[in-house]
Design a protein around this ligand. Sequence first.
Ligand SMILES: [Mn+2]
Length: 226
Amino acid sequence: MDLVKVWDKEIKGKLYAVGDIHGCYNLLMNRLNEIAFDFENDLLVAVGDLVDRGTQNVKCIELLSKPWFTSVRGNHEDLCIGGLHNESYKRCHVANGGEWFYMLDGQAMYNIAKTFAGLPVVLEVNHNGKKFGFVHGHIEQNNWDEFKETFTQEPTSFRDPSELAMWGRERLNDENLQYTHVSGVDAVIMGHTVTQKPCKRDNCYWIDTGAVHWGTLTILNLSEVV
Ligand SMILES: [Mn+2]
């Protein structure tokens, strides 16, 4: 399992990013039809949190087998993986919309956790001469390659790089103004922190617009933003 993955299949059509879906399968399909998404040629990259809080969790997991869909791992995928064997993860998960998972039979839970553990924490997609980076919550470094390298090095900080990338919100909150343009990449797309509208700062985008709360699912056409 690779924590960092570079998309290596050809994208014949357009490249889109979608915010946190959280079990809202019908909403996603309706939005894709509205934008005339081309299921034969386009690629949709989700920023993680496919499940929990919404009602169509299994349908959303099945998206991962579609050639037009891929995702990075969000903290809710992490909760499914951890909740399988760890009581405190399970409690946190149930308290955050994950009760559906513990109503499945053990084999189904195991299969889902295994699928999620196969998702990268960081995904890089090159399309039409541009490089797009995807991570669920946070990128600590102001350089894309330095960020990717933290996943291959011996840990230097007390926080695991995957945990920071899936759970962190520091860049969007940025109280110390330490985060700037991320060099080495054209755009970085994140979710995790709900904003009323898609948010852009430097070359970073946050696109979790609270689909499961307000029915407002953001889909970005990445060839139009960069
Ligand atoms: Mn999240």
